[in-house]
Ligand binder design. Structure first.
Ligand SMILES: *[C@@H]1O[C@H](CO)[C@@H](O)[C@H](O)[C@H]1NC(C)=O
Ligand SMILES: *[C@@H]1O[C@H](CO)[C@@H](O)[C@H](O)[C@H]1NC(C)=O
Ligand SMILES: *[C@@H]1O[C@H](CO)[C@@H](O)[C@H](O)[C@H]1NC(C)=O
Ligand SMILES: *[C@@H]1O[C@H](CO)[C@@H](O)[C@H](O)[C@H]1NC(C)=O
Length: 295
């Protein structure tokens, strides 16, 4: 009987650890920098550090972002510093090494650490971006975390960010949501990882903004909290721990659903989700065309 008990408890232990082990990113952990630009902020202090989530193999998406909203000189007078956040490709990590190095030599905008680039490790990517700001660009005025599949209007965002605040966290605000407990979901969060039934208010992952000094505090408190696999909810948990509330943007500024492109509408919003490289390259010339006027 005791043999069976031991087997059952070992099995249960294994089941618990294998299920959370696949989901919980190891953190804090001394991840190594594979690509880095520690000197970027020596020459200038950017108003906006743009941290763009990207997968190692997705060169086309990075290219589209560089040529559209991620173009550092797109908005005259606005100092933007763009970086793409990368982990290690889970299969072709070694093969992509020289490709990424070459791309980085050309553009100087890739940062990469040696964690596996997987969906459940997205929180590590955000934390890598915040670590970079904390260590190498602590005087940045604001930090924007964005996914590559969004349309972003930094000119409009710039207007919302003045006068400058030191404790702003904004984006599309989710309230009264909680972890999904069903293993079948991509967004499954086990009770052992996060026991509460609700998340504190947080800004949706496709694009959110933190004041520079607040980004440093979020990174610092993240070292003390158990990390969860939902990166946006985790930033909300950090803000909750800091006692900093999220701020609602003007209605309609951050759109979690795709909207059809319309120049006049898009001039008065910050973000539209689900704009792919092809869409971005198609609408951008029109969006930036000074001769196309809005009434
Ligand atoms: C996250 O990255 C770490 C370090 O590379 C790896 O051990 C772990 O398996 C990854 N987690 C997932 C869910 O991919
Ligand atoms: C940040 O600003 C402080 C105070 O103005 C200055 O001493 C420091 O050198 C700056 N750091 C960087 C990395 O620019
Ligand atoms: C989780 O619930 C406890 C008990 O209600 C509460 O004190 C704590 O602030 C909650 N944590 C978060 C991150 O919401
Ligand atoms: C800008 O719009 C004008 C008027 O619609 C058009 O004639 C011109 O070709 C456009 N320029 C570019 C660069 O798309």
């Amino acid at each position: 009987v005791s043999g069976i008990l031991v087997l059952v408890s070992v099995g249960f232990w294994y089941w618990c650890h294998s299920s959370t082990g696949a989901i919980l990113p190891p953190y804090p952990y001394p991840y190594r920098w594979l690509l880095n630009h520690p000197d970027k902020c020596r020459e200038r202090t950017p108003f906006l550090v743009l941290l763009v989530v990207s997968s190692p193999a997705d060169l086309a998406a990075r290219d589209a972002v560089r040529r559209t909203w991620g173009d550092e000189s797109a908005v005259p007078g606005l100092s933007v510093l763009r970086l793409f956040l990368l982990g290690l490709h889970p299969v072709f990590g070694a093969e992509l090494r020289s490709v990424l190095r070459e791309e980085d030599e050309l553009y100087g905008d890739l940062i990469q650490q040696d964690f596996l680039d997987t969906y459940n490790n997205l929180t590590l990517k955000t934390l890598m971006g915040l670590e970079w700001v904390s260590r190498f660009c602590p005087n940045a005025t604001y930090v924007v975390k964005a996914d590559h599949d969004v349309f972003l209007n930094l000119e409009f965002l710039w207007r919302l960010l003045r006068p400058v605040r030191t404790d702003l966290a904004t984006g599309y605000v989710y309230r009264h949501t909680g972890p999904l407990r069903n293993r079948a979901y991509k967004w499954f969060v086990p009770r052992e990882v996060y026991p509460n039934d609700t998340y504190p208010p947080y800004c949706g992952g496709p694009a959110y903004v933190l004041s520079g000094p607040l980004a440093l505090r979020v990174f610092a408190v993240a070292q003390l909290l158990p990390v969860i696999n939902m990166e946006d909810a985790f930033v909300g948990i950090c803000l909750h721990a800091l006692g900093v509330p999220v701020t609602d943007p003007p209605a309609g500024a951050f759109n979690m659903y795709r909207l059809d492109y319309d120049k006049c509408r898009f001039s008065r919003l910050v973000m539209v989700h689900h704009y792919w490289p092809r869409d971005l390259l198609r609408v951008w010339p029109h969006f930036r065309n000074e001769s196309v006027k809005c009434p």
